[in-house]
Design a protein around this ligand. Structure first.
Ligand SMILES: [Fe+2]
Length: 248
């Protein structure tokens, strides 16, 4: 069995709660689908824990630390600049460099036992969103993504957990009893977000894969501490704190 986590977003309290939950299970490996940093107040500590994962895919927020941010709204862009400042301000040169090298060295995708791991979508791994709504553009995006999937694809990025079927349907974890048995048909699974859930459930979210059984897990954590840390920076948007309490 392995665990897949995504979109930690510098939220150390959520990450520690998820790590403790994973430690109680028979998990052989932890894979991360990216966005270790961005939005949250603890980019350094989250990166220091991410180096222990078996691999980490590069998310758009990880990428934006060392490249120009593209497609970010104002508060996300502010968070990028704040994150850069914090990482660049690390007084210990070796530590500073190793964190930046870890960020820059993340993979764009991984393919392992016919499971494809990306941050956003198979078509544009780092940036493209696969949203659950059934708009025409989204359906095209989804169809073209399925063309690139051999069997199972694991994604994050939207912070909305669930499963896309090859018949272009989407089911939330609640709609499928928080577990999904993969059959022979292709599926794209969104593992949700550890550090900034947006499905109106503030608990941290991650997935375990055991053979063909996918399970979504929700873990309570002390988001009030994270909110206080965000507000204490005085530079991160207050909305980034408020949304943690509501999971939006
Ligand atoms: Fe994200």
């Amino acid at each position: 069995m392995f665990a897949i986590i995504s979109d930690i977003h510098g939220n150390l309290e959520a990450l520690e709660a998820v790590r403790a939950d994973i430690a109680e299970k028979k998990v052989e490996a932890v894979f991360c689908l990216g966005d270790v940093v961005g939005y949250g107040p603890d980019p350094k500590a989250c990166l220091d824990r991410a180096v222990e994962f078996d691999f980490t895919i590069m998310g758009n927020h990880d990428h934006a630390v060392f490249m120009e941010p593209t497609g970010f709204n104002t508060s996300a862009e502010q968070a990028v600049f704040w994150t850069r400042k914090v990482l660049d301000g690390e007084p210990e040169e070796k530590l500073r460099r190793s964190r930046l090298e870890f960020l820059a060295g993340m993979d764009e995708f991984r393919d392992r036992d016919s499971i494809l791991f990306v941050h956003g979508s198979p078509r544009r791994p780092m940036h493209e969103y696969l949203f659950p709504d059934e708009g025409e553009a989204n359906l095209t995006r989804l169809a073209e993504s399925f063309d690139l999937v051999k069997h199972v694809c694991l994604v994050g990025h939207t912070h909305l957990p669930g499963v896309f079927t090859e018949t272009m349907e989407f089911f939330t974890p609640a709609q499928v009893g928080h577990k999904y048995a993969v059959a022979d048909r292709k599926v794209i699974i969104n593992v949700g977000s550890v550090g900034q859930p947006r499905d109106l459930d503030p608990r941290a979210c991650y997935v375990t894969v055991d053979g063909r059984d996918i399970r979504w897990h929700r873990v309570e954590y002390n988001y009030k501490t994270t909110m206080e840390k965000i507000l204490a920076t005085r530079e991160l948007d207050e909305f980034l704190a408020a949304r943690l309490a509501e999971g939006r």
